[in-house]
Design a protein around this ligand. Structure first.
Ligand SMILES: Cc1ncc(COP(=O)(O)O)c(C=O)c1O
Length: 432
């Protein structure tokens, strides 16, 4: 094993043995090499005469670049676009995101959480977390309503297994009993629980209530108290889009200092929250009572994984995200779009709660995010999806045999009634 890997393993183990126990075999081998990047960093400070270290090109004291590309970035300087960004991201952006995170999650105040590491959006963050904490055959506990891509990352590539429990109870709330049983069983089986918490949820658009969120935290704390090592993974892709009757904080805020046996991870980003999908700018943040000594070791591991996979993330979009976060008009602009999304969500409910709709279309609870999900009875979801496309030119996503996901994020409010009336008609056609 590389001596640098041994060094950070020892640092992590000393700071938080439970966090060390959660590391995968890959993570234990991972390290951030003292190669070109660290030699260049040293030269940046000390090579006053000539700096011939890094594999970029310079002229006249700035990056060399082609105007054919540069002309599209009228308000950014070449230095904010063309050079490599540091492997963990632009320092100013990392600080700005940390500030935003604590503003949005007052429960984080005074707790130990790391400086966010920049990822190439949340998909990349999930893949990094998988590399760090999953060995083949490890299990990830998740509700039975999940974003399909988790399977590709965790199961197909990393050979772990996603173990699901029914997401909703009979009353239409988050199935706390089901979650507790899944956590307990996995704790007894392996001594290690990896809990995937994605709220607002894709595909249902559900976020737990304040009380449910508290109970989820209590369930994990109780399991941790029995000695089980727990990784809580908050996928907060749709954070902030909370429309009614839900917690408005990430569960990460409560889990960050919940117990020494709990290592909390938060994945979030500009992609959904700030409608900048193509920027590929996201963040990975750790929370644990051990604080900086642990975070420093873990950051070396994450940087090693980033360096191995993509080297570093797009610089131009990091710069724009940083400037956006510092824009005094940002919160007004964000609120404006939030109101549009909320109006659409409430319109979906108004339409679906009308008597002629209730008879044909049932839906899972939703209160947040981009999506809602129909719970079909008596028709197959994929058959309905194809029928809606063929006969009515309506596109939706079928999930399994009974769920149809509708993204109200891309349907104007005035079109929502017509959309659902066509879906209703499609169901009636197939039943006839
Ligand atoms: C729950 C969830 N997590 C992560 C992602 C990936 O987001 P990103 O575009 O930031 O990679 C998505 C995208 O659909 C998602 O729905």
């Amino acid at each position: 094993m590389n001596p640098l890997a041994i060094q950070s393993n020892e640092a992590i183990n000393k700071a938080a043995p439970a966090a060390f126990a959660l590391l995968s075999n890959t993570a234990q081998r991972l390290f951030f090499p003292k190669g070109i990047l660290s030699q260049s960093a040293e030269a940046k400070d000390r090579a006053h005469k000539f700096n011939a270290t890094i594999g970029t090109a310079t002229e006249a004291g700035g990056p060399m670049y082609l105007q054919a590309a540069g002309r599209y970035f009228a308000e950014l300087s070449p230095a904010e676009i063309f050079p490599y960004a540091p492997p963990a991201g632009r320092p100013g952006l990392r600080e700005a995101w940390r500030k935003k995170m604590v503003q949005d999650n007052p429960g984080l105040k005074g707790k130990a959480y790391s400086l966010p590491i920049v990822t190439s959006a949340i998909t990349h963050g999930l893949s990094l977390v998988g590399q760090l904490f999953l060995n083949p055959d490890d299990r990830v506990i998740a509700p039975d309503k999940i974003w399909g891509n988790y399977k590709l990352t965790f199961e197909t590539v990393l050979e772990a297994r996603i173990e699901t429990f029914a997401m909703f109870d009979a009353q239409g709330g988050f199935n706390l009993d089901g979650f507790q049983v899944a956590v307990r069983e996995e704790g007894r089986r392996s001594g290690k629980v990896i809990a995937l918490l994605n709220f607002p949820n894709n595909p249902t658009g559900y976020t737990p209530t304040v009380e449910e969120a508290q109970s989820i935290v209590e369930i994990l704390k109780a399991e941790a108290a029995l000695g089980t090592k727990i990784l809580s993974l908050s996928d907060d892709s749709y954070f902030g889009l909370f429309y009614e009757n839900s917690t408005k904080e990430s569960l990460f805020a409560q889990l960050a200092d919940a117990h020494p046996n709990i290592l909390a991870v938060k994945l979030d980003g500009a992609t959904k929250e700030y409608y900048a999908w193509g920027f590929r700018t996201g963040f990975l943040t750790f929370g644990h009572v051990a604080g900086e000594p642990l975070f420093a070791g873990l950051e070396q591991k994450v940087k090693g994984a980033i360096r191995a996979g993509i080297s570093n993330c797009c610089h131009a979009s990091q710069t724009v995200t940083e400037k956006m976060l510092k824009d005094p008009d940002l919160s007004r602009q964000w609120q404006e779009k939030f109101e549009i999304m909320k109006t659409r969500a409430l319109e979906v409910k108004r339409v679906l709660d009308q008597p002629e709709m209730v008879k044909v279309l049932k839906y899972y609870p939703f209160n947040s995010g981009y999506f809602m999900c129909l719970k079909l009875e008596g028709v197959d979801a994929e058959t309905l999806r194809l029928h809606l496309l063929d006969k009515y030119g309506v596109g939706a996503i079928s999930i399994g045999s009974s769920d149809l996901r509708v993204a109200f994020s891309c349907i104007e409010t005035q079109d929502i009634a017509e959309l659902f009336s066509l879906i209703r008609q499609g169901v009636l056609d197939l039943k006839a």
